[in-house]
Design a protein around this ligand. Structure first.
Ligand code: NDP
Ligand code: X2W
Length: 347
């Protein structure tokens, strides 16, 4: 019998999102993991780096150079910004479809990228063919894409919190404030002073104030949705937990609003989007931990005349790895939910 499974490579799998990709793809019926790369651990079994895979995924790690030598259907890039773009340039005509988890291909133009990512070397050709991989908004475009720019974790939770209102052009200009909190795995596997146990444990801190690169990503996507330029005040915070993002978004809206109208609007917008769950109480990060869900809770505060929306995701999953798998499912015409039906891990 001919093996119909998609041949997949995970590039940069010694990191957090790479290992989460491996966990999801191992349980995906339509995929065969052909290759996992790491430059700093060539030759070691994957399970030596991530012992949770012992006896389940022990294949040796290879250099990314090996990717060019094999016929693959999908390449997942779980690499830092500025590194991914060079691999995309190399492999974009290889016949494999690429899902890039970095920020390299998410923004609209070279100029915007260079402004917000402070890039030194020039941007490769081909970025204009990338599709922004947020399935709830762009499924049709993703289906035809060869290169998907997987969204950032904060932008995923932020955009989904506000999309129904922007789609109807109901948000007052410059009124949107997004206050977001992330678990530590959002910062990647490399140790730093910021993520040192003593700096994080029993602590809680804002960072990237008035300049975090996710601001422009959120602005561009919400702007595209409404057809108007949007300006967002975005402030991330570091939470002393492993994983999870909680967004609290505040906005002024134009026209009459009520709780019933708001709930109805969100229900309509997300009715055929199985991974966005409309909640009737404030969700916590553990309600989605280990899953592909984004839980959303919209509230109308008549006293302040503001909409407040709480949204939660697992930054490593809906914010990265499971979103990448969702994109692959769409790109290859597979069932959207294949490999993504995990029930959240709670407590
Ligand atoms: N963590 C999160 O919650 C999210 C992360 N992202 C994005 O996904 C990407 C991966 O993130 P994450 O897994 O957290 O990152 P990590 O820092 O945990 O891992 C990055 C991996 O990239 C590899 N790498 C680093 N430099 C190079 C290089 N010069 N050439 C080849 N490989 C290199 C490293 O592997 P090795 O040295 O073994 O080769 C490492 O395993 C990043 O762009 C990140 O911004 C997006 C959404 C959420
Ligand atoms: C907690 C933490 O440090 N988070 C990261 C965001 C990680 C992510 O989603 O985004 P990118 O792919 O855009 O890097 C940060 O604020 O830079």
């Amino acid at each position: 019998m001919i093996d119909q499974k998609l041949k997949v490579a995970i590039v940069g799998a010694s990191g957090f999102t790479g290992s989460e990709l491996a966990r999801l793809l191992l349980n995906h019926s339509g995929v065969s993991i052909e290759m996992i790369t790491s430059e700093s651990h060539i030759g070691k079994p994957f399970s030596d780096l991530h012992p949770q895979f012992f006896t389940r995924l022990d294949i040796p790690l290879v250099s990314a150079e090996e990717v060019s030598k094999q016929k693959l259907d999908v390449i997942f890039l779980a690499l830092p910004h500025g590194v991914s773009m060079d691999f995309v340039a190399k492999w974009k005509d290889s016949g494999a479809k690429i899902v890039d988890l970095s920020g390299d291909f998410r923004l609209s133009t070279k100029e915007v990228y260079e402004e917000w990512y402070n890039k030194k070397h020039s941007y490769p050709q081909g970025f204009d063919t990338a599709v922004y991989g947020l399935p709830e908004l762009f499924a049709e475009k993703i289906k035809g894409a060869n290169l998907v720019a997987n969204p950032g974790c904060f932008p995923t939770a932020s955009i989904l919190s506000m999309a129904p209102l922007f789609a109807k052009q109901l948000v007052e200009d410059k009124s949107l404030i997004i206050d977001a909190k992330s678990g530590l795995t959002g910062a990647g596997i490399k140790a730093s002073a910021t993520t040192h146990f003593s700096n994080v444990n029993e602590n809680f801190k804002a960072y990237g104030i008035a300049g975090h690169r996710h601001t422009i990503e959120i602005e561009e996507q919400l702007g595209a949705l409404s057809g108007n330029q949007s300006t967002v005040q975005f402030t991330p915070h570091l939470l002393p937990v492993d994983r999870g993002i909680l967004v609290t978004a505040y906005a002024k809206v134009t026209g009459e609003m009520s709780q019933e109208k708001l709930t109805e609007m969100y229900r309509d917008y997300y009715q055929d989007k199985p991974f966005v769950r409309l909640r009737n109480e404030a969700p916590g990060i553990k309600d989605v931990r280990g899953s592909h869900f984004c839980d959303v809770y919209p509230v109308w505060d008549a006293r302040t005349e503001r909409v407040i929306v709480i949204s939660v995701i697992d930054n490593l999953l809906k914010g990265a790895a499971s979103q990448a798998v969702h994109n692959m499912n769409l790109m290859f015409g597979l069932s959207e939910a294949e490999g993504l039906n995990q029930v959240p891990l709670k407590p």
